[in-house]
Ligand binder design. Structure first.
Ligand code: ADE
Length: 228
């Protein structure tokens, strides 16, 4: 999979791309993540990428031209174009799974007070990572790159993906490691029993219990019928 990220702040991605699972996925060619500076696509002699809004008002608005130029340069027939903005559709694991099936993504990081509305005409989907406003779309774009990359075949063990939070719209089950007892808190006996059928049953029960306690909003009518 190839992801092209359009940003005004390419340096923000240095740490993100050079550590841990994302770095390994890039090195092993499971994903190609290209960080593109929007400024490089400006035709303006001052490399200007934003300007004041027509009609007056605060701040600077991301101009159409460099974004159109960049998208036209990078797009092919398989490309899906995404814009990170707080006005987009809320992002979730289902959307991450859907995007992980794409061959080619362009992610535009919105910035400043907003972007010229005409940019929407070349965007397939506007995505928000939550109902709060960040200084720009860079961190949200990393959220998308990270959550999508870890779902690509061979990036992490398939088994870890099967039982993780949201895989069945349930939270993950509790996990423990050594020591068996810490400050009076013991690892549940069932996990030491070696009985894998019992362990699986216990884990599923815990997933349901935890979801009910911590995220009752995830429990839909379908799940109510399935689990209760
Ligand atoms: N840009 C600024 N805030 C954002 C958010 N919550 N989601 C996506 N992009 C953003």
């Amino acid at each position: 999979m190839r992801i092209n990220v359009l940003t005004l702040f390419p340096n923000m991605f240095d740490g993100f791309l050079s550590e841990s699972i994302i770095k390994r996925a890039i090195d092993s060619k499971k994903v190609e993540i290209n960080i593109k500076n929007i400024r490089d696509y400006s035709k303006n002699k001052h490399k200007q990428v934003d300007d004041t809004p027509y009609g007056g008002g605060r701040g600077m608005v991301l101009m159409c031209e460099p974004i159109f130029e960049a998208v036209e340069d990078l797009k092919n027939k398989d490309t899906k174009v995404i814009m990170m903005t707080p006005q987009g559709k809320p992002y979730n694991q289902k959307k991450a799974m859907e995007l992980s099936k794409c061959k080619d993504l362009i992610i535009i990081c919105g910035h400043y007070e907003g972007f010229d509305e005409r940019i929407s005409s070349i965007v397939d989907e506007e995505i928000s990572i939550g109902d709060y406003v960040l200084t720009g779309g860079e961190i949200p774009s990393m959220v998308v790159c990270d959550s999508v990359t870890r779902l690509l075949p061979g990036v992490i063990e398939d088994e870890s993906k099967e039982n993780e939070s949201f895989s069945e719209d349930l939270l993950d089950y509790p996990t423990y490691t050594k020591p068996r007892e810490y400050r009076g808190m013991k690892v549940p006996d069932v996990l030491l029993s070696g009985d894998h059928k019992k362990i699986d049953e216990w884990r599923k029960e815990e997933q349901i219990k935890k979801t009910k306690e911590k995220r009752p909003d995830l429990i839909t009518e379908i799940k109510r019928k399935k689990y209760w």
